[in-house]
Design a protein around this ligand. Structure first.
Ligand code: GRF
Length: 229
């Protein structure tokens, strides 16, 4: 499985995916880390010796031209899947169609709650009791595609936004590698743009301990009755 990872920021999820591939000997290869602006994550990917490219949005007059350049780089890399890991740009319907069913995103909320930005602050402001993270297939609608898996927590009273973000990030760093683990084992497949789980609970039981220990008490399976076999 060949992955392109798109980033715009610190790149901690990208690093976790790279570490998971190495530590758990996953049958996956990061063939490209692409950023739309200079960022710490791109520096880190370079430090790790991963193939990197900066396709800076600032160098292009339109989103369309920028996306064309990005498409060129992704296709040239031979990636099967595109993982968005803090990629701070809205993808056009044309871009999504080009990689239909092959773009996966991690979003720091329990979708459909809190699409968009500032999810942790909005969760606190609204008095949400449950919060967490979602991995989903990307469709043209922002943060709206079919859910692969979620992990959730109970929001403690009086928590600062920084503390909540850090708790959710811990979930992210287990959930995204688990998705990659399941895709590599083919216990998670994507058919017609929908995630399909095969033996999901066995997959989690067999997952590496650092993933399992976080997810076994926090995982939220999607409508398994309809979506698995
Ligand atoms: C994460 O919270 C991710 O869920 C969101 O953007 C953030 C990226 O963080 N989409 P990092 O760059 O992976 O550290």
């Amino acid at each position: 499985m060949r992955l392109a990872i798109l980033i715009s920021g610190r790149g901690s999820n990208m690093s976790c995916l790279a570490d998971a591939i190495t530590s758990y000997e996953l049958a996956a290869d990061i063939v490209l880390v692409a950023a739309n602006k200079p960022c710490a994550g791109l520096d880190e990917a370079m430090r790790r010796g991963l193939p990197t490219t900066l396709v800076s949005r600032a160098d292009f007059g339109s989103r369309e031209d920028h996306e064309q350049a990005l498409i060129y780089e992704i296709e040239r890399s031979g990636a099967d899947l595109v993982f968005l890991a803090g990629y701070m740009a809205i993808l056009s319907p044309a871009f999504v169609a080009r990689f239909a069913g092959r773009i996966i995103n991690i979003h720091p909320s329990l979708l459909p709650a809190f699409k968009g930005l500032d999810t942790h602050q909005r969760a606190l402001d609204s008095g949400a009791v449950h919060h967490g993270v979602t991995v989903h297939i990307v469709t043209p609608d922002l943060d709206d595609g079919p859910i692969c898996l979620q992990a959730g927590l109970t929001v403690e009273k009086g928590l600062t936004v920084e503390a909540l973000a850090s708790q959710v990030l811990k979930l992210e760093h287990a959930l995204y590698p688990f998705i990659l683990y399941a895709l590599c084992r083919r216990t998670l497949t994507v058919a017609n743009g929908l995630p399909v789980w095969h033996e999901p609970t066995d997959t989690l039981s067999s997952a590496p301990t650092p993933i399992k220990s976080v997810l076994e008490t926090t995982v939220i399976w999607p409508a398994l009755d309809k979506n698995s076999n």
